[in-house]
Design a protein around this ligand. Structure first.
Ligand SMILES: [Cu+2]
Length: 362
């Protein structure tokens, strides 16, 4: 390994906020990665290359690129420095993430301001990384409180319920991440294990009752146990009860003693009228976000579209905001805001460009 590639990696006390770095008068530089990061693993050194261009045009080696990253849950920070390797304006850096999860990160080509990049997912194992790369995971929402119960009898006449050994909403580490369209139908998942064989559940009348609202006396959706066997699972449909918009699919897998049930719930309500919001990045004298302040209901997706002829970023001032990478001319970035609050953001290379998203209750 060449010595110039060996970079000190420190737990940093330097503020992550790109604004904390000095911005030299009259200049700005944009950082572009050689390739989008994929499959970054915890505790495994990650080497990557990037270009620094003055005004997003002229390669510039006369900078000191500082890599800053911060874990979105723990706030843990790390810092590294890139070294010039290859053509003018090209650098290499190496970072080792000590913790899996989501890291916000940026590169500050000192003395210029920082360029942010899309939040990086660091995986605990190659299995997680390859599964996520294959985009195999379905979008999952965990907003609803979901409970499923198996009863003797039919949906119209539920009998005694079958005690479950354990049941749990599928949360956190079981779900690798959500991928794809932000407008994907949200799915909630719960699992339960019954202390009796699947053959017994098939042999007489049983039904799965699904509760979204724990206060309702009977569930929101229900299905009698029966249906096709697919890949060793019995697939059971759960139909919405009268007045409910909830439906689901249950997969039952059993052996001689136990049956494991995974219930996938979704709403069959028609989508609410789109309230999605666009913010244009414009040149009106100065570059600006237009409008620079929007007020939206929780659950709204905001799309930023770059109408200028240079690159900009959409970079949050705190960990609640998921940053963009540099957006070239005509490129866009979107983010869904599900939590009420005030989200301040700016453009990394041009910190005078700033905006605010105010999210109200849904
Ligand atoms: Cu900008």
């Amino acid at each position: 390994m060449r010595r110039q590639l060996l970079l000190a990696l420190l737990l940093s006390t330097v503020s992550f906020t790109p604004l904390a770095t000095a911005v030299s008068a009259g200049g700005m530089a944009v950082v572009r990665l050689d390739a989008d990061p994929t499959g970054v693993l915890v505790d495994v050194p990650w080497k990557f290359g990037f270009m620094v261009r003055q005004h997003d045009i002229s390669p510039n080696s006369d900078v000191t690129p500082r890599v800053n990253a911060q874990h979105r849950d723990t706030g843990e920070k790390l810092e590294a420095t890139g070294h010039q390797v290859g053509p003018v304006g090209h650098f290499l850096a190496e970072v080792t993430f000590p913790l899996a999860g989501e890291w916000k990160w940026s590169i500050t080509p000192e003395p210029y301001a920082a360029t942010s990049f899309e939040t990086l997912t660091v995986y605990a194992s190659p299995v997680g990384a390859s599964a996520a790369e294959a985009d195999a995971a379905a979008p999952v929402s965990l907003d609803a409180t979901l409970t499923a119960r198996v009863h003797a009898g039919t949906c119209a006449a539920l009998g005694e319920d079958v005690p479950s050994i354990n049941d749990a909403a599928v949360t956190g580490s079981a779900i690798e991440r959500e991928v794809g369209a932000a407008s994907a139908v949200p799915i909630t998942i719960t699992t339960l294990t019954l202390d009796r064989p699947l053959a017994e559940l098939i042999a007489s009348d049983y039904a799965i009752d699904l509760f979204i609202d724990a206060a309702s006396p009977s569930g929101s959706a229900c299905g009698e146990i029966g249906g096709p066997i697919v890949n060793d699972d019995l697939v059971v449909g759960l139909r919405q009860r009268e007045g409910s918009d909830d439906a689901g699919i249950a997969l039952l897998r059993g052996d001689r003693e136990r049956t494991e049930i995974t219930v996938y719930h979704f709403s069959v309500a028609p989508p609410a009228a789109s309230s999605d919001v666009e913010i244009r990045i414009v040149q009106a004298g100065e570059w600006a976000f237009s409008p620079d302040r929007v007020e939206i209901a929780a659950g709204t997706t905001v799309t930023w579209i770059n109408d200028t002829d240079t690159s900009h970023t959409v970079t949050g001032r705190d960990l609640a905001f998921a940053d963009s990478s540099p957006l070239g001319p005509g490129e866009s970035f979107n983010q869904r805001f599900s939590e009420p609050g005030t989200y301040a953001y700016f453009c990394g290379p041009h910190p005078d460009m700033a905006g605010t998203i105010v999210v109200t209750g849904g």
